[in-house]
Design a binder for this molecule. Structure first.
Ligand code: GRF
Length: 196
């Protein structure tokens, strides 16, 4: 059974979907802990499922490196096989990424390498593209530059706002994330031997 820790910042709707999927008896992974960099609403989902939570408030540390060191320590308490960033709105320091690589993955609301960064949906709209997408990647020390594990195109519709488009992207992100976690858990996807 693959053990997973999930890191969030916000509402945790992707986390919720993963918790639902992982609660099926035949799902080959289980979530062992949920962490956040702030008092995230998504903690409610973890609590509902009886999953332990940990909070490492970014604001309480003098630097990204010190925050990352504490986050690393908290993760090591649970020692998960995989770390999933699911709406964590902070760049991880390189030391933390290197410590967990390649067992750390992220979801992104755009078709990478298009529109990396914190505003993937807004940037796609501003660029006037007719389609964007959703991606799941391995985290590396760049900004959304790691190997792509899964991605899917999503059309932009006339009149879309950041909100309406993001609402259509998120269900795709969830589906891709659940599938990737499943494939890692079964060994179908081997993070140590990714084809380049
Ligand atoms: C997702 O679109 C994620 O890719 C982005 O923020 C959103 C998280 O939403 N970085 P939620 O917290 O899972 O609802």
């Amino acid at each position: 059974m693959l053990t997973v820790a999930v890191l969030i910042s916000g509402t945790g709707s992707n986390l919720r979907a993963l918790l639902d999927a992982a609660s099926a008896p035949d799902f080959p992974a289980r979530i062992v802990a949920v962490g956040a960099d702030r008092q995230a609403d998504g903690f409610e989902h973890a609590e509902e499922f009886g999953i332990p939570t940990f909070l490492v408030p970014y604001s309480r540390f003098g630097s990204r490196e010190e925050w990352g060191a504490e986050l690393d320590e908290q993760l090591r308490v649970w020692n998960p096989d995989l770390v999933v960033l699911s709406g964590l709105m902070r760049l991880l320091p390189a030391g933390l990424v290197e410590a967990w690589a390649p067992r750390i993955i992220n979801t992104h609301p755009a078709y990478l390498p298009e529109f990396p960064g914190a505003h993937g949906v807004r940037d796609a709209l501003a660029a006037g593209v007719t389609e964007t997408g959703a991606s799941v990647i391995v985290v590396d020390t760049g900004v959304d530059t790691g190997p792509i594990l899964a991605q899917e195109r999503i059309p932009v519709q006339p009149g879309d706002t950041e909100h309406t488009l993001h609402d259509r992207v998120k269900p795709v992100e969830r589906r891709l994330l659940i599938d990737v976690v499943h494939r890692i858990a079964t060994g179908e996807l081997d993070l140590d031997n990714l084809a380049h």
